[in-house]
Design a protein around this ligand. Sequence first.
Ligand code: M6R
Length: 601
Amino acid sequence: MCGIVGYTGNNSALSPVIEGLRKLEYRGYDSAGIALPIAIGKPLFIEKRAGKLKKLEDALAKTPDAKSGIGHTRWATHGGPTDTNAHPHLDNEGKLALIHNGIIENYVQLRSQLEKRGHKFKSETDTESVVHLLSDARKENNGDLAAAMRQVCQQLKGSFTLLAIHSDNPSHIVGARRNSPLVVGVGNGENFLASDVAAFIAHTKTALELGQDEVVEITPTSVVVTNLSGQVVKPNQFEISWDAKAAERGGFSHFMLKEIYEQPKAIADTLLGRLDGLDVKIKFKKFEKIVIIACGTAYNAGLVGKYAIEKWGQIPVDVELASEYRYREPSLDKKTLVIPISQSGETMDTLMALRYAKSMGATIFSVCNTNGSTIGRESDAVLYTHAGPEIAVASTKAFATQLIAMYLIGLEIGRQLEHLNSKKCKEIIKELTQLPAKVEQVLETVEPLRELTRKFKSADSVLFLGRYTGYPTVLEGALKLKELAYMHAEGFAGGELKHGPIALIDNGTPVVAIMPTKDSVLAGKMASNIQEVKARGAVVIAISEDEFAGADHLIRIPKVDPLLQPVLAVVPLQVIAYEMAVARGNDVDQPRNLAKSVTVE
Ligand code: M6R
């Protein structure tokens, strides 16, 4: 939920730290700060500002030079978004600075013990206790910051990525992680620490994964990783395939718009080399049931996944909100395959549900977009989506590729369990192969929708209707509109309307409906649902493969297998949400109160 960057090298640290923070601003953007050791043994240079990173950058106009530094962009949990609560936090001498992502659950006890020992606190954060603890531990360990970090981590409860720097040893940065992400970027005469590789891909493509409860020390020429007992650990090295340009906005006004337009490529990349068999080997025959666990958009992709896996693979699938799952102590065992879906691979709710499932003996086969992420690392197998870096908080191309991953899994299960013969497999493969071009076609026709959307910018509420795979699709459409336009929006299964939600329809209520293909039995039923809302004053925008006269506005999409329709039908819904946010003057890429990677429960 917060973004963390550390740099040590031969160049000025300010620019890589600020550039890195810009790439990580999606993780939190209510305040930002930086610490630079400008003179050995003297207080650190610190600047922190509430508000977007820009505020910090403006305040840094006359910053002294330093060859190392740490920076932080915050999503507030403990203490409001103020200058004082912004990170870094300092020890009483101002020579030790610490930044943190996560939550220290025992900070209240720690703080009261530290206050009794004479430590003075300035902020309301949980983090500040850690810097004071670290300061004492460093003294006890004769100035060895890494030893102090190992000692402190053993006293902490909760989740954390921590980075610390001390002015006595300015080129040396120490990091630690538990349940929150931290990766090392290995450069030439310079090294990086960050929450996500996006922060340093402009400088190096070589990265190291850090395991749970590991401490890392970097200098310009060395990286040493130890466990909490101080034993040296060999981290897993990987090369980052993402292009540095992919994390730039290109000519687009917002990352979200760019990412909407990147969907054809993301889909093609995710399909590549997998249509005749997955690149991950799993024997699906040994499982009696599948449980998909995910949050938000990934959950909606999981709902579509259920339809595909059950139809093609004939295995029962439950789709569970990861945040709820483990608390009801569900029954599962080694005959259960659990599929966590996560773009970031760091969502705490999903990670905790994964760990619960693992402890019950289930096999974990995750679908992730981010290489080296915790969920991927803790799974028995991973199917990576190839969406590339998704920077906008609202997920678009990640959703499209999660759908593709679900279809690929359904196809593979159908094949292995012999529920799909080779003719049917070929038909599905053909349809999947055509998806990038069809999404391209949808993108070419959405322009009128942008103008139409603006007409509804003052609506109190927008409702979305769908049936079959159109239902999870409208849930995703409503989620997008809520998070971006800050409007009341809800998605309903068309048949459910009459059981209550129809009372929401008022004169002029915009209703966006996804029409099932005209060959489906559901087409007529959906047409009736549309008549029902129109009769009560709704203005209906229909998204349809076929001509349809029953709506006020019609958006045509290409014909496709009904199971795959969400890949096409969601695109106009993404455009509606995007356009509505712009029309209402909202920050599209960084909507209020949100963060892209939710690493707290
Ligand atoms: O990184 P994850 O896929 O695990 O994230 C899950 C949700 O937080 C995420 O999909 C969220 O709902 C999106 N920002 C919605 O656009």
